[in-house]
Design a protein around this ligand. Structure first.
Ligand code: SF4
Length: 279
């Protein structure tokens, strides 16, 4: 209960409330203090780890592969974010069947290489032989080594791991790649791998191997089960013309995108970037 000596409610509120002039004065004082605290020298150019868009290429070597270049062709922004910010697209579990097929097919081709014979898949369709030097081939097949080329201007490396290498009768080199599918290929299926084949041929040339004007894709799809209960795969080899100038241009375009300080615009109509903007 209030006594006669206690301040009235109105007096109490007035006492607590700061006059607007007092608040304004305090704000002005704080501004002046902040300005006084600013350094007199130029601000540090060291980037802010949270907000910088400084490409990672400036601090560590960068390696691109046909699959990252494929990402660049699909969406330059996703590519930039993946390589510079380590922000990757979500991905599900990867089926192990294609890897298992690659492994047994490489063994199958190695046996022919050793015996100096031609795999049935290629017989009569391509004039030439398999590349003989197994040690070199093992390096070029290795996903951590592969065929490499470093752009002298940017220092960015292109790396591609081939499945095998075919040498034509006139001693030119054609990359050979195995593709496992559930169904027979369509007429244009090989076009999905055009850039990959172009890049492999470009890498062969940069590694002092005379390149052929084509690559070989062998598609395998299951056709049935034989009496021994083995699943039978049908091989379907396709000759794919290659363009090394196009490969080099795409590689250099990807490098340019990568070294740009800002990410490219999102791809039009991509619902994921729209979602991020609007969430
Ligand atoms: S537009 Fe789509 S694909 Fe490109 S960065 Fe955004 S989410 Fe990735």
């Amino acid at each position: 209960m209030a006594t006669s000596s206690s301040p009235s409610l109105k007096e109490f509120i007035n006492k607590k409330r700061q006059p607007i002039e007092t608040i304004k004065k305090k704000v002005e004082e704080q501004k002046t203090d902040k300005q006084a605290a600013k350094p007199t020298t130029e601000p540090s150019t060291k980037p802010d780890a949270e907000t910088t868009t400084e490409p990672a290429s400036r601090t560590r070597p960068i390696t691109l592969s046909p699959s990252t270049i494929s990402l660049f062709l699909d969406c330059p922004r996703c590519f930039w974010l993946a390589k510079n910010k380590d922000i990757k697209r979500p991905s599900g579990p990867f089926p192990s069947l294609p890897n298992g097929m690659d492994r047994v097919l490489k063994e199958h081709f190695n046996k022919h290489r050793k015996d100096n014979t031609s795999p049935e898949e290629l017989d009569g369709r391509f004039q030439g032989r398999l590349f003989k030097d197994i040690e070199k081939l093992k390096t070029w097949q290795n996903n951590f080594r592969g065929l490499r080329y470093t752009d002298p201007e940017s220092g960015v490396t292109l790396m591609g791991a081939i499945d095998d290498l075919f040498v034509t009768a006139d001693n030119k080199h054609a990359p050979l790649d195995f593709k496992t599918r559930g169904y027979p290929r369509k007429d244009n299926t090989h076009e999905y791998y055009q850039h990959q084949m172009d890049l492999y041929s470009f890498l062969l040339e940069k590694n002092s191997l005379q390149p052929a004007e084509f690559a070989i894709l062998i598609f395998y799809h299951p056709t049935g089960v034989n009496p021994s209960h083995h699943v039978v795969f049908n091989p379907d080899p396709v000759r794919v013309p290659v363009n090394r100038q196009r490969a080099e241009q795409i590689f250099l375009d990807a490098v340019k995108c990568l070294l740009s300080p800002d990410p490219p615009e999102p791809s039009q109509g991509c619902e994921w970037c729209d979602w991020k903007e609007n969430k």
